[in-house]
Design a binder for this molecule. Structure first.
Ligand code: SF4
Length: 209
């Protein structure tokens, strides 16, 4: 169990899964740089975060809901949590996260949503079986099941996030296709720095052998 002082931002999980260096630049070095993708994402979230509640018969909607898990050491906010009334009159949380763009093949968005579900389970002492991601370009919801695999990946990512952010070392850049959509590409220079690292590693190996 973590304490309140140990809590990390839940949104950092997606930065970690996208690129550990990007995660360290944002959350260790407090560097932030915006590009078209981050600006569109920010505007989308500002529209969703109207900080209000909405009630429709058997569905209650909470906007911008605060979340916390001492087990995972995370805190953050959910864009939307729908509370679905069950036959026994209890309320089942159903988190919905808004994303710009299209559904991704990787787990990045699903892990962030699953972390929200794990927070809700701990806070409300319940089980949250599913939620949804709403993608702007598709203009529709993609359902997400919080199965054992996704829960395990999310818990492992939370552990790695604490490991990374409890240190002081920002990982070295490594170029890959994801760099082309990263807001840090002009300052990180992963193509150049990656080559420098290869040369440095080669020289180290040669001088040690
Ligand atoms: S440019 Fe590439 S290596 Fe650098 S922070 Fe972004 S994704 Fe990571």
């Amino acid at each position: 169990m973590y304490t309140e002082d140990d809590l990390l931002m839940l949104s950092a999980l997606q930065h970690l899964l996208f690129c550990p260096r990007q995660c360290a630049l944002i959350h260790l070095e407090q560097a932030w740089t915006e590009n078209r993708f981050t600006a569109e994402g920010r505007v989308l979230h500002e529209r969703v975060h109207t900080a209000a509640t909405d009630s429709r018969c058997t569905v209650r909607v909470e906007y911008d809901m605060p979340l916390r898990s001492l087990r995972l050491g995370l805190s953050g906010r959910a864009d939307i949590v729908e509370m679905h009334q069950q036959e026994d009159s209890s309320w089942l949380p159903f988190p919905v996260e808004y994303k710009r763009g299209r559904p991704k093949k990787d787990d990045t968005d699903r892990v962030q949503l699953c972390a929200q579900a794990l927070c809700l389970e701990e806070m409300l002492d319940c089980t949250v079986p599913e939620g949804a991601l709403y993608y702007g370009q598709k203009n529709r919801r993609t359902p997400v099941q919080f199965d054992d695999r996704l829960r395990r990946v999310t818990e492992e990512a939370a552990g790695r996030l604490h490991e990374l952010l409890s240190g002081t070392v920002t990982p070295a850049p490594e170029y890959s296709r994801r760099c082309e959509s990263c807001s840090f590409i002009d300052t990180c220079l992963p193509r150049t720095a990656g080559k420098k690292n290869q040369v440095r590693n080669y020289m180290t190996r040669m001088t040690q052998s």
